[in-house]
Design a protein around this ligand. Structure first.
Ligand code: FE2
Length: 204
């Protein structure tokens, strides 16, 4: 089969293959360790190539980092989100409450894990680590769920692709201040519709 895409057309077949792979994986297991292991391979393959993310889902906002919903599983089992970091932008310290995988597509990120000690603040858990394009890391309540993520660059946009075991934009979770006090939040998504992957056989 020939590839009829022009050079500027996003290769949505690549994202569709990833979505299909995740869906099949979740059809076969609900074991988190298995999901993270196999999901890491799938996401690593997706972010190894930067030819598929449409520009509308790669736009930074000078005010704050953006979270574009790319695909939401019709059964609510997972969501795929592009995080777009403007120069120097960072999250607060936050949790997820569900498993998640983060793969860097463009630029770079720095991630610092934290331990929340009730009544005794937050403490760094290990050293900050830098993620470059193609790198993937995992979070979950089982393996470490609290971190702060920053754009590794002060002078350019970075983009990472996130896979979560829920419709993360609707999940009630928490940020943490220096004293370790949780503050409830629901992230939502940037104002853009999810991608239409139906031409690739992916149900909306
Ligand atoms: Fe996070």
């Amino acid at each position: 089969m020939t590839d009829a895409r022009t050079a500027s057309e996003p290769n949505l077949a690549r994202l569709s293959a990833f979505v299909e792979g995740v869906s099949t994986l979740l059809d076969h297991t609900d074991d988190e360790a298995d999901i993270l292991l196999a999901g890491r391979r799938l996401l690593g393959r997706l972010v190894a190539m930067d030819d598929w993310l449409p520009d509308a889902y790669a736009r930074p906002d000078p005010a704050r980092y953006q979270q574009y919903l790319l695909h939401r599983d019709p059964n609510g089992r997972f969501a795929v989100v592009s995080f777009v970091w403007g120069p120097g932008q960072a999250t607060p310290v936050h949790d997820h409450t569900v498993w998640g995988l983060v793969g860097v597509l463009r630029g770079g990120e720095v991630s610092q894990g934290y331990t929340v000690c009730a009544g005794d603040g937050i403490r760094p858990a290990g050293a900050p680590h830098r993620l470059s394009p193609g790198d993937v890391e995992a979070v979950s309540p089982e393996i470490g769920d609290v971190h702060k993520v920053s754009n590794a660059f002060d002078d350019r946009t970075s983009i990472s692709i996130h896979l979560y075991g829920a419709d993360i934009g609707a999940v009630r979770r928490s940020t943490y201040d220096e004293a370790g006090r949780p503050r409830s939040f629901v992230s939502g998504y940037a104002d853009a519709p999810p991608l239409d992957l139906r031409p690739f056989g992916i149900a909306a």
